[in-house]
Design a protein around this ligand. Structure first.
Ligand code: NI
Ligand code: MN
Length: 228
């Protein structure tokens, strides 16, 4: 499978069977790469309704070949905006489709729609590919103890976790999150997009020095890919 980072919290996953998934498709941020695959995608996952995560979903989800997966309130909102195919779910559930599993897991954050109304609860996603390869995208979140349940129950091989601080975990919290998740590989996200997101990879690595469990940290520049 191939994972491409588009900066901020946006990742593209290309599966072995050729399915294309994009998570939190904000493609117009200050650090966005010049070359971006605008689809069509098979699946678009949205972790919460903030603009930097809802992103360009309305532009990317123009045909029923693309299925958006999000919490109920976001699904209702984007259907009203004309998205032809959107599946709503809620925290704790698994949606099985096309040989893939999308598990909606908790995130500790807030979520409001562009009009200011309630966007449902924020979430993270565990994505299980056709061959069982498991990826955890934490969404926007603070540290919470139940990350250990996500680690225990789904054993993600790779975790995508925020380190930028201010709105999400900073390096100190992210290092602790690694101890709870026990994923062998970690890609830091949601940092460096704006000056207020001050967390850095260097600080994250320093914080990990406190612990005996040290996952492989794989920082990706926007536009960079990883094949696993
Ligand atoms: Ni947010
Ligand atoms: Mn955010």
């Amino acid at each position: 499978m191939k994972l491409t980072y588009y900066g901020h919290s946006c990742f593209k996953i290309e599966t072995l069977q050729g399915k294309k998934i994009i998570i939190d498709p904000w493609l117009s941020h200050p650090k966005a790469p010049s070359k971006i695959d605008e689809g069509p995608y098979d699946f678009i996952l949205i972790t919460h309704a903030h603009g930097d995560h809802l992103g360009d979903v309305l532009k990317l989800a123009r045909s029923s070949a693309t299925e958006v997966i999000a919490i109920h309130e976001i699904q209702q909102f984007i259907i009203k905006k004309g998205v032809p195919k959107a599946t709503g779910m809620n925290i704790g559930g698994t949606y099985r489709v096309a040989g893939l599993s999308f598990i909606m897991v908790p995130a500790l954050h807030s979520s409001s729609l562009p009009d200011g109304s309630y966007g449902g609860e924020p979430c993270g996603f565990v994505v299980v590919l056709e061959n069982g390869f498991t990826i955890y995208h934490a969404g926007d979140t603070g540290l919470f103890g139940d990350m250990s349940l996500i680690g225990e129950l789904y054993s993600p091989q790779i975790a995508l976790i925020p380190i930028g601080d201010h709105y999400v975990m900073g390096p100190r919290e992210a290092a602790k999150a690694c101890q709870l998740l026990k994923a062998p590989k970690v890609i830091p996200m949601h940092y460096g997009t704006f000056p207020i997101l001050t967390g850095t990879v260097e600080e994250f690595l320093r914080e990990l020095e406190k612990y005996s469990f040290k996952p492989e940290i794989i920082p990706l520049a926007p536009g960079e890919s990883l094949e696993l």
